[in-house]
Design a protein around this ligand. Structure first.
Ligand code: PLP
Length: 228
């Protein structure tokens, strides 16, 4: 093993240990590997990470192929998903965090039985105004629930959100808490399986955890300096 690799392994392992001291045991860490190298992913794997997040189907395919020997990785699709990539996403990923519109949900419902693969799905919600992000507002999601309920093949297990830039800590906490309240409301409407809250990234995961996150998606704080 080269000098650089052993240094990367030590650094990534140290960063992970530091992050883990802030994570309650029930919170799942998804290491966001979208910008990082295969070597850095292996370093994180060696440090115990088994959940990796990617934002592009094609980039993920290359990494999944190169890492095919690591058979116990759980792959998470976290990036926005074009319709023409839905088939590949269902085939390649164990989780899709970015189910953000009814048309995509309908498409997934057709593809899941055809492909014989049923990833866990999170509905992406946008509870603070953000022109740069997709996702259901609360009102839109409540309006779409009857149609979503018809899509019997979908394994929807929670909500995901990405905060807009520029919120302070208390505003961030308020939006994350609102996501948790929306999940509770959905459970009260019969959506009992909506238990997971995927929220929090490098900059705001501590706030997300205080507000009830069950999964955090962290890239930079693990991998910065180890770009592909
Ligand atoms: C890139 C990305 C992350 C990770 O962000 P960092 O700031 O690098 O921790 C999390 N979630 C989504 C949806 C992303 O696209």
């Amino acid at each position: 093993m080269s000098e650089v690799n052993s240094e990367a392994i030590a650094t990534i392992s140290d960063r992970l240990n530091k992050i883990r001291t802030h994570l309650p045991t029930q919170v799942k860490l998804v290491a966001v590997s979208k910008y990082t190298s295969i070597e850095a992913i292996r370093a994180a794997y060696d440090a115990g990470v088994r959940d990796f997040g990617e934002s592009r189907v094609q980039d993920a395919k290359i990494k999944q192929t190169e890492l095919a020997d690591l058979t116990d990785i759980t792959w998470h699709m976290i990036g926005s998903l074009q319709s023409n990539k839905a088939r590949a996403a269902i085939a390649q990923f164990d989780w899709i965090h970015s189910l953000d519109r009814l048309s995509l949900a309908e498409q997934c419902d057709r593809l899941i039985p055809e492909l014989g693969k049923s990833p866990k799905l999170l509905l992406q919600v946008k509870l603070a105004e953000d022109p740069h992000k997709s996702g259901w507002s609360e009102a839109e999601l409540l309006a779409d629930l009857p149609q979503l309920a018809q899509l019997k093949h979908l394994n929807i297990v929670g909500l995901m959100t990405i905060l807009p830039l520029g919120l302070d800590e208390s505003q961030s906490h308020a939006v994350f808490s609102h996501v948790g309240e929306l999940a509770a409301k959905l459970r009260s409407l019969g959506w009992d399986n909506i238990r997971e809250l995927s929220m929090g990234m490098s900059a705001d995961y501590a706030i997300a955890i205080k507000a009830g996150a069950t999964m955090v998606r962290i890239g930079n704080q693990i991998f910065s300096g180890y770009q592909a």
